[in-house]
Design a protein around this ligand. Structure first.
Ligand SMILES: [Zn+2]
Length: 279
């Protein structure tokens, strides 16, 4: 009897244990599945997030590429414009640097030089101002004091100079009819002075204030005549060239034409008129 009871008890225990095991198994299984599910969801969420970021990046990259392309095109365009502007500037530069102004070639009416102030109330072409300062400084290093006295002149100023000369000529006995022609031998008729170009400078020796032929022997003129071409200048009205230039010998009047042309003109020993084939 006791044996049977014990066996039954053991049977019940066995069943119970089995049931417990199954329950536990089910419980753990469910938990594991839930964890796996959660992990899968998290992975999917991350995947979705990644996809979204990728899409954004792709759009950003595309936009950035488009911006860069537009920028490159704009730069290319700008460069092309800069090159053509530079070409135009160089052409204009050469044309203006060699512009012929004399009694037979009037200054173009619309001409407006780009001048800068160079001190003492004087103005000079912006391209020639630097070389002028350089030239005078180098002369000074050798003890030569060359003084610039007259650079750019406006039409009004040239007119004033001319009118003044006409009056002085008349005071010397010339008639009203003769005076302008006589005055024009020494002071350019307004519109025909290359001072109006802003490229001509009258330079005197510090010890000789006279605008006459005695200048040629002064240390300043001797130095300038020898060296001015090294700075892009020429002695514009050399002795014996009055027929071509229409202006008397002026050993103080220097014209900027740029370095290479100044050297060519000086080497050839010609006037600007001859150099330009208009002599
Ligand atoms: Zn002059």
């Amino acid at each position: 009897m006791a044996e049977r009871k014990r066996k039954r008890k053991a049977g019940v225990l066995l069943w119970f244990s089995l049931l417990l095991l199954i329950s536990l198994g089910l419980l753990f299984g469910a938990a594991w599945m839930r964890a796996a599910e959660a992990e899968k969801e998290a992975l999917e969420a991350e995947l979705a997030k990644n996809r979204m970021e990728l899409a954004i990046r792709r759009t950003t990259d595309a936009r950035r590429a488009a911006i860069m392309k537009a920028k490159a095109e704009a730069e290319e365009e700008e460069e092309a414009q800069r090159i053509s502007a530079k070409d135009a500037f160089l052409a204009r530069n050469r044309e203006e640097l060699l512009m012929l102004v004399n009694p037979w070639n009037m200054l173009p009416e619309e001409y407006e030089p780009h001048v800068v102030e160079i001190g003492d109330g004087m103005y000079f072409d912006e391209r020639a101002a630097g070389p002028l300062a350089h030239m005078l400084a180098d002369a000074k290093k050798e003890g030569i004091i060359a003084v610039p006295i007259s650079g750019y002149r406006t039409m009004e100023y040239q007119q004033g100079l001319f009118d003044d000369k006409v009056l002085r000529v008349r005071a010397n006995g010339f008639s009203e009819e003769e005076a302008p022609a006589e005055a024009a031998k020494e002071v350019a008729v307004p519109g025909t002075s290359e001072h109006q170009l802003g490229l001509a400078m009258d330079i005197l020796d510090v010890n000789n204030p006279n605008l006459d032929w005695t200048q040629q022997w002064s240390p300043a003129q001797r130095w300038l005549m020898e060296h001015c071409s090294e700075y892009g200048f020429i002695l514009r009205f050399p002795d014996g060239t009055e027929e071509q230039t229409g202006i008397i010998y002026e050993p103080w009047h220097y014209r900027y034409v740029g370095l290479s042309v100044a050297k060519e003109i000086t080497k050839a020993g010609v006037t600007l008129e001859e150099y330009l084939g208009k002599g």
